[in-house]
Write a protein that binds this ligand. Structure first.
Ligand code: TRP
Length: 365
Protein backbone atom coordinates (compact mmCIF):
# COMPACT_ATOMS: atom_id res chain seq x y z
CA UNK A 1 0.00 0.00 0.00
CA UNK A 2 1.33 3.37 -0.98
CA UNK A 3 -0.67 5.18 1.64
CA UNK A 4 1.36 6.10 4.68
CA UNK A 5 -0.12 4.58 7.83
CA UNK A 6 -1.15 7.20 10.35
CA UNK A 7 0.86 6.93 13.53
CA UNK A 8 -1.38 6.36 16.51
CA UNK A 9 -0.39 5.35 20.01
CA UNK A 10 -2.57 3.52 22.48
CA UNK A 11 -1.73 1.90 25.75
CA UNK A 12 -3.32 1.20 29.10
CA UNK A 13 -2.92 0.21 32.72
CA UNK A 14 -5.01 -1.92 35.01
CA UNK A 15 -6.22 0.18 37.93
CA UNK A 16 -5.50 -2.21 40.78
CA UNK A 17 -3.32 0.20 42.74
CA UNK A 18 -1.15 3.22 42.21
CA UNK A 19 1.53 3.18 39.54
CA UNK A 20 5.15 2.52 40.50
CA UNK A 21 8.61 3.24 39.14
CA UNK A 22 8.52 -0.04 37.17
CA UNK A 23 5.54 1.32 35.24
CA UNK A 24 7.49 4.51 34.70
CA UNK A 25 10.59 3.03 33.09
CA UNK A 26 8.67 0.25 31.35
CA UNK A 27 6.00 2.34 29.69
CA UNK A 28 5.24 5.84 31.02
CA UNK A 29 8.59 7.20 29.90
CA UNK A 30 7.97 5.93 26.36
CA UNK A 31 4.55 7.59 26.34
CA UNK A 32 6.03 10.91 27.37
CA UNK A 33 8.51 10.63 24.53
CA UNK A 34 5.85 9.83 21.91
CA UNK A 35 3.54 12.52 23.27
CA UNK A 36 6.18 15.03 22.16
CA UNK A 37 6.75 13.43 18.77
CA UNK A 38 4.84 15.53 16.23
CA UNK A 39 4.64 12.65 13.76
CA UNK A 40 2.01 11.04 15.99
CA UNK A 41 -1.48 11.95 15.02
CA UNK A 42 -3.21 10.78 18.18
CA UNK A 43 -2.15 9.50 21.58
CA UNK A 44 -4.52 7.52 23.79
CA UNK A 45 -3.90 6.27 27.30
CA UNK A 46 -6.57 4.08 28.82
CA UNK A 47 -7.38 3.14 32.38
CA UNK A 48 -8.34 -0.50 31.87
CA UNK A 49 -10.92 -0.85 34.64
CA UNK A 50 -12.98 -3.49 32.81
CA UNK A 51 -9.85 -5.59 32.45
CA UNK A 52 -8.92 -5.03 36.11
CA UNK A 53 -12.37 -6.31 37.06
CA UNK A 54 -11.76 -9.61 35.26
CA UNK A 55 -9.78 -10.75 38.26
CA UNK A 56 -10.93 -8.17 40.82
CA UNK A 57 -14.67 -8.36 40.21
CA UNK A 58 -15.22 -8.87 43.93
CA UNK A 59 -13.34 -5.71 44.90
CA UNK A 60 -14.96 -2.87 42.95
CA UNK A 61 -14.01 -0.28 45.56
CA UNK A 62 -10.32 -0.95 44.99
CA UNK A 63 -10.73 -0.55 41.24
CA UNK A 64 -12.82 2.59 41.66
CA UNK A 65 -10.29 4.26 43.95
CA UNK A 66 -7.42 3.20 41.67
CA UNK A 67 -9.04 4.68 38.57
CA UNK A 68 -8.73 8.13 40.10
CA UNK A 69 -5.25 7.49 41.50
CA UNK A 70 -3.93 6.23 38.18
CA UNK A 71 -5.33 9.33 36.47
CA UNK A 72 -3.47 11.44 39.04
CA UNK A 73 -0.33 9.37 38.39
CA UNK A 74 -0.63 10.11 34.66
CA UNK A 75 -0.96 13.84 35.15
CA UNK A 76 1.76 13.92 37.79
CA UNK A 77 4.39 12.31 35.57
CA UNK A 78 3.57 14.76 32.79
CA UNK A 79 1.06 13.19 30.47
CA UNK A 80 -0.45 16.31 29.00
CA UNK A 81 -4.17 16.48 28.25
CA UNK A 82 -3.42 18.91 25.41
CA UNK A 83 -1.56 16.09 23.64
CA UNK A 84 -2.87 12.85 25.14
CA UNK A 85 -6.40 11.59 25.52
CA UNK A 86 -6.77 9.84 28.88
CA UNK A 87 -9.92 7.76 29.25
CA UNK A 88 -11.73 5.06 31.17
CA UNK A 89 -12.21 1.73 29.37
CA UNK A 90 -15.65 0.84 30.73
CA UNK A 91 -16.99 4.21 29.61
CA UNK A 92 -16.34 3.39 25.95
CA UNK A 93 -19.07 0.86 25.10
CA UNK A 94 -17.78 0.41 21.53
CA UNK A 95 -14.82 -1.53 22.92
CA UNK A 96 -17.10 -4.15 24.40
CA UNK A 97 -19.11 -4.42 21.21
CA UNK A 98 -15.97 -5.09 19.20
CA UNK A 99 -15.00 -7.82 21.65
CA UNK A 100 -18.21 -9.71 20.90
CA UNK A 101 -17.40 -9.80 17.18
CA UNK A 102 -13.73 -10.67 17.66
CA UNK A 103 -14.69 -13.61 19.85
CA UNK A 104 -15.79 -15.42 16.71
CA UNK A 105 -12.27 -15.25 15.36
CA UNK A 106 -10.39 -16.82 18.28
CA UNK A 107 -10.39 -20.42 19.48
CA UNK A 108 -10.28 -21.57 23.09
CA UNK A 109 -7.02 -23.39 22.42
CA UNK A 110 -5.44 -20.24 21.02
CA UNK A 111 -6.15 -18.30 24.21
CA UNK A 112 -4.93 -21.26 26.27
CA UNK A 113 -1.62 -21.10 24.43
CA UNK A 114 -1.17 -17.40 25.23
CA UNK A 115 1.88 -17.43 27.55
CA UNK A 116 0.73 -14.42 29.56
CA UNK A 117 -2.66 -16.00 30.19
CA UNK A 118 -1.02 -19.30 31.09
CA UNK A 119 1.23 -17.64 33.62
CA UNK A 120 -1.56 -15.53 35.11
CA UNK A 121 -3.86 -18.54 35.44
CA UNK A 122 -1.19 -20.23 37.50
CA UNK A 123 -0.51 -17.09 39.54
CA UNK A 124 -4.17 -16.62 40.41
CA UNK A 125 -4.71 -20.28 41.18
CA UNK A 126 -7.42 -20.83 38.56
CA UNK A 127 -7.36 -24.60 38.17
CA UNK A 128 -8.37 -26.42 35.02
CA UNK A 129 -11.63 -25.06 33.70
CA UNK A 130 -12.63 -23.10 36.78
CA UNK A 131 -11.33 -19.87 35.24
CA UNK A 132 -13.97 -17.16 34.83
CA UNK A 133 -14.85 -16.67 31.16
CA UNK A 134 -14.35 -12.92 31.49
CA UNK A 135 -10.79 -13.40 32.66
CA UNK A 136 -10.08 -16.02 30.04
CA UNK A 137 -11.19 -13.78 27.20
CA UNK A 138 -9.39 -10.63 28.29
CA UNK A 139 -6.78 -10.93 25.49
CA UNK A 140 -9.66 -10.55 23.03
CA UNK A 141 -10.93 -7.52 24.87
CA UNK A 142 -7.40 -6.10 24.82
CA UNK A 143 -7.34 -6.57 21.04
CA UNK A 144 -10.48 -4.42 20.94
CA UNK A 145 -8.79 -1.73 23.04
CA UNK A 146 -5.93 -1.56 20.60
CA UNK A 147 -7.72 -1.93 17.27
CA UNK A 148 -10.60 0.42 18.14
CA UNK A 149 -8.08 3.24 17.82
CA UNK A 150 -6.23 1.69 14.87
CA UNK A 151 -3.17 1.99 17.06
CA UNK A 152 0.13 1.44 15.28
CA UNK A 153 2.25 1.48 18.41
CA UNK A 154 1.66 0.21 21.94
CA UNK A 155 4.20 1.05 24.65
CA UNK A 156 3.90 -1.72 27.25
CA UNK A 157 6.12 -4.04 29.23
CA UNK A 158 7.56 -7.04 27.43
CA UNK A 159 5.19 -9.37 29.30
CA UNK A 160 2.50 -7.93 27.04
CA UNK A 161 4.06 -9.11 23.77
CA UNK A 162 1.79 -12.21 23.62
CA UNK A 163 -1.22 -9.84 23.83
CA UNK A 164 0.13 -7.89 20.89
CA UNK A 165 0.71 -11.07 18.92
CA UNK A 166 -2.83 -12.20 19.64
CA UNK A 167 -4.10 -8.80 18.53
CA UNK A 168 -2.18 -8.99 15.24
CA UNK A 169 -3.70 -12.39 14.58
CA UNK A 170 -7.19 -11.05 15.17
CA UNK A 171 -6.48 -8.14 12.84
CA UNK A 172 -5.29 -10.47 10.07
CA UNK A 173 -8.15 -12.85 10.60
CA UNK A 174 -10.72 -10.05 10.55
CA UNK A 175 -9.34 -8.40 7.45
CA UNK A 176 -9.09 -11.75 5.66
CA UNK A 177 -12.53 -12.99 6.71
CA UNK A 178 -14.37 -9.81 5.78
CA UNK A 179 -12.25 -8.96 2.78
CA UNK A 180 -11.27 -5.44 3.77
CA UNK A 181 -8.24 -3.78 5.34
CA UNK A 182 -10.30 -2.36 8.17
CA UNK A 183 -8.08 -3.10 11.16
CA UNK A 184 -4.44 -2.18 11.66
CA UNK A 185 -1.66 -4.39 13.05
CA UNK A 186 0.03 -2.82 16.07
CA UNK A 187 3.66 -2.97 17.13
CA UNK A 188 4.99 -3.07 20.65
CA UNK A 189 7.27 -0.27 21.84
CA UNK A 190 9.76 -1.41 24.45
CA UNK A 191 12.34 0.56 26.40
CA UNK A 192 15.79 0.31 24.84
CA UNK A 193 17.61 -0.04 28.17
CA UNK A 194 17.82 -3.59 29.55
CA UNK A 195 17.26 -2.44 33.17
CA UNK A 196 14.01 -0.73 32.20
CA UNK A 197 12.64 -3.77 30.43
CA UNK A 198 12.05 -5.63 33.65
CA UNK A 199 12.67 -3.52 36.72
CA UNK A 200 12.90 -5.95 39.66
CA UNK A 201 11.28 -5.40 43.04
CA UNK A 202 13.25 -3.81 45.88
CA UNK A 203 13.75 -7.34 47.26
CA UNK A 204 15.36 -8.53 44.05
CA UNK A 205 12.30 -10.51 42.93
CA UNK A 206 11.65 -10.52 39.20
CA UNK A 207 8.78 -8.06 39.31
CA UNK A 208 7.40 -5.27 41.43
CA UNK A 209 4.08 -6.23 42.83
CA UNK A 210 1.86 -4.80 45.47
CA UNK A 211 1.24 -8.20 47.04
CA UNK A 212 4.98 -8.79 47.51
CA UNK A 213 5.43 -5.38 49.14
CA UNK A 214 8.53 -4.71 47.02
CA UNK A 215 7.30 -1.64 45.19
CA UNK A 216 8.35 2.00 45.03
CA UNK A 217 5.31 4.06 44.13
CA UNK A 218 5.40 7.29 42.16
CA UNK A 219 3.46 8.70 45.11
CA UNK A 220 5.84 7.56 47.87
CA UNK A 221 6.94 10.38 50.17
CA UNK A 222 10.57 11.09 50.93
CA UNK A 223 10.77 9.09 54.16
CA UNK A 224 9.04 6.07 52.67
CA UNK A 225 11.41 6.20 49.72
CA UNK A 226 14.44 6.44 52.02
CA UNK A 227 13.34 3.42 54.04
CA UNK A 228 12.64 1.35 50.95
CA UNK A 229 15.95 2.20 49.30
CA UNK A 230 18.03 1.64 52.42
CA UNK A 231 16.56 -1.83 52.88
CA UNK A 232 17.01 -2.88 49.26
CA UNK A 233 18.45 -6.16 48.10
CA UNK A 234 22.07 -5.92 46.92
CA UNK A 235 24.69 -8.65 46.54
CA UNK A 236 24.28 -11.20 49.35
CA UNK A 237 27.97 -12.15 48.93
CA UNK A 238 29.13 -8.59 49.60
CA UNK A 239 29.44 -8.87 53.37
CA UNK A 240 32.26 -6.50 54.20
CA UNK A 241 33.02 -3.24 52.48
CA UNK A 242 36.35 -4.61 51.29
CA UNK A 243 34.82 -7.69 49.67
CA UNK A 244 34.48 -7.58 45.90
CA UNK A 245 30.82 -7.11 44.95
CA UNK A 246 28.57 -8.17 42.11
CA UNK A 247 26.76 -5.60 40.03
CA UNK A 248 24.73 -8.04 37.91
CA UNK A 249 21.52 -8.99 39.65
CA UNK A 250 22.22 -6.31 42.25
CA UNK A 251 18.96 -4.40 42.40
CA UNK A 252 20.52 -1.12 43.54
CA UNK A 253 22.67 -1.03 40.42
CA UNK A 254 19.77 -2.08 38.20
CA UNK A 255 17.79 0.91 39.49
CA UNK A 256 20.80 3.17 38.92
CA UNK A 257 21.00 1.87 35.34
CA UNK A 258 17.36 2.86 34.91
CA UNK A 259 17.42 6.27 36.63
CA UNK A 260 20.88 7.85 36.67
CA UNK A 261 21.09 11.05 34.62
CA UNK A 262 24.21 12.60 33.10
CA UNK A 263 24.45 15.17 35.91
CA UNK A 264 23.59 12.85 38.81
CA UNK A 265 27.22 12.19 39.74
CA UNK A 266 28.23 15.81 39.66
CA UNK A 267 25.31 16.64 41.94
CA UNK A 268 25.30 13.78 44.42
CA UNK A 269 28.52 11.75 44.14
CA UNK A 270 31.19 13.93 42.58
CA UNK A 271 34.09 11.64 43.42
CA UNK A 272 32.94 9.37 40.57
CA UNK A 273 32.74 10.33 36.93
CA UNK A 274 29.96 7.98 35.91
CA UNK A 275 28.17 4.72 36.61
CA UNK A 276 30.90 2.62 35.00
CA UNK A 277 33.44 4.01 37.43
CA UNK A 278 31.15 3.37 40.39
CA UNK A 279 30.48 -0.20 39.24
CA UNK A 280 34.20 -0.86 38.76
CA UNK A 281 34.89 0.23 42.34
CA UNK A 282 32.10 -1.96 43.68
CA UNK A 283 33.42 -4.96 41.78
CA UNK A 284 36.94 -4.37 43.04
CA UNK A 285 35.81 -4.07 46.64
CA UNK A 286 36.07 -1.16 49.03
CA UNK A 287 32.73 0.45 48.21
CA UNK A 288 29.97 -0.04 50.77
CA UNK A 289 26.31 -0.67 50.01
CA UNK A 290 25.19 2.24 52.18
CA UNK A 291 27.05 4.75 50.06
CA UNK A 292 25.54 3.40 46.85
CA UNK A 293 22.09 3.32 48.38
CA UNK A 294 22.36 6.91 49.56
CA UNK A 295 23.26 7.89 46.03
CA UNK A 296 20.32 5.95 44.62
CA UNK A 297 18.03 7.62 47.16
CA UNK A 298 19.22 11.06 46.01
CA UNK A 299 18.68 10.16 42.34
CA UNK A 300 15.20 8.73 42.92
CA UNK A 301 14.22 11.53 45.23
CA UNK A 302 15.16 14.12 42.62
CA UNK A 303 13.05 12.20 40.10
CA UNK A 304 10.03 11.90 42.41
CA UNK A 305 10.04 15.42 43.87
CA UNK A 306 8.33 17.21 40.95
CA UNK A 307 5.94 14.26 40.55
CA UNK A 308 4.90 14.58 44.20
CA UNK A 309 4.37 18.31 43.80
CA UNK A 310 2.09 17.83 40.82
CA UNK A 311 0.27 15.06 42.64
CA UNK A 312 -0.45 17.38 45.57
CA UNK A 313 -1.87 19.91 43.11
CA UNK A 314 -4.18 17.42 41.40
CA UNK A 315 -5.32 15.89 44.65
CA UNK A 316 -6.35 19.38 45.71
CA UNK A 317 -8.12 19.91 42.35
CA UNK A 318 -9.97 16.66 41.63
CA UNK A 319 -12.38 18.44 39.31
CA UNK A 320 -9.48 19.07 36.91
CA UNK A 321 -8.64 15.38 36.87
CA UNK A 322 -12.25 14.50 36.19
CA UNK A 323 -12.45 17.05 33.38
CA UNK A 324 -9.40 15.48 31.72
CA UNK A 325 -11.06 12.06 31.90
CA UNK A 326 -14.35 13.41 30.60
CA UNK A 327 -12.76 14.99 27.56
CA UNK A 328 -10.48 12.03 26.92
CA UNK A 329 -13.34 9.56 27.18
CA UNK A 330 -15.46 11.62 24.80
CA UNK A 331 -12.66 11.64 22.22
CA UNK A 332 -12.06 7.92 22.70
CA UNK A 333 -15.74 7.20 22.11
CA UNK A 334 -15.72 9.15 18.87
CA UNK A 335 -12.69 7.33 17.48
CA UNK A 336 -13.90 3.91 18.63
CA UNK A 337 -17.32 4.59 17.09
CA UNK A 338 -15.72 5.25 13.71
CA UNK A 339 -13.87 1.94 13.84
CA UNK A 340 -16.97 0.10 15.02
CA UNK A 341 -18.89 1.53 12.05
CA UNK A 342 -16.15 0.28 9.68
CA UNK A 343 -16.24 -3.12 11.37
CA UNK A 344 -20.01 -3.39 11.08
CA UNK A 345 -19.95 -2.37 7.47
CA UNK A 346 -17.29 -4.98 6.66
CA UNK A 347 -19.32 -7.60 8.53
CA UNK A 348 -22.49 -6.63 6.66
CA UNK A 349 -24.33 -5.85 9.88
CA UNK A 350 -24.72 -2.14 9.20
CA UNK A 351 -28.41 -2.73 8.44
CA UNK A 352 -29.90 0.68 8.91
CA UNK A 353 -27.15 2.45 7.06
CA UNK A 354 -27.48 -0.06 4.20
CA UNK A 355 -31.26 0.25 4.09
CA UNK A 356 -31.07 4.01 4.16
CA UNK A 357 -28.86 3.90 1.08
CA UNK A 358 -31.00 1.25 -0.62
CA UNK A 359 -34.32 3.00 -0.05
CA UNK A 360 -33.09 6.56 -0.09
CA UNK A 361 -34.62 7.28 3.25
CA UNK A 362 -33.21 8.22 6.65
CA UNK A 363 -34.13 5.82 9.44
CA UNK A 364 -34.21 7.43 12.79
CA UNK A 365 -31.96 5.10 14.76
N1 TRP B 1 -2.91 -5.75 30.01
C1 TRP B 1 -2.32 -4.47 30.29
C2 TRP B 1 -1.53 -4.63 31.60
O1 TRP B 1 -1.81 -5.51 32.36
C3 TRP B 1 -3.32 -3.36 30.41
C4 TRP B 1 -4.06 -3.11 29.13
C5 TRP B 1 -5.39 -3.30 28.89
C6 TRP B 1 -3.51 -2.64 27.92
N2 TRP B 1 -5.70 -2.98 27.62
C7 TRP B 1 -4.58 -2.56 26.99
C8 TRP B 1 -2.22 -2.28 27.52
C9 TRP B 1 -4.36 -2.16 25.68
C10 TRP B 1 -2.04 -1.87 26.21
C11 TRP B 1 -3.09 -1.82 25.29
O2 TRP B 1 -0.67 -3.83 31.86
Amino acid sequence: MAEQKKKIMLTGDRPTGRLHIGHYVGSLRQRLELQDDPSYEKIFVMIADAQALTDNFDDPEKVRESVFQVAVDYLSVGLDPAKTYMFIQSAVPQLHELTVYYMNLVTVSRVQRNPTVKQELKLRGFEGESVPVGFFTYPISQASDITAFKATIVPVGEDQEPMLEQTREIVRSFNRTYGKEVLVEPEIYLPSNEACLRLPGTDGQAKMSKSLGNTIYLSDDEETLRKKVMSMFTDPGHLRVDDPGKVEGNTVFTYLDAFVKPDSFEKYLPEYKDLDELKAHYRRGGLGDVKVKKFLFAVLNEFLTPIREKRAYYEAHPEEVIRVLTEGTQAARETAAETLADVKEAMRIDYFKGWAEQYGEEFDI
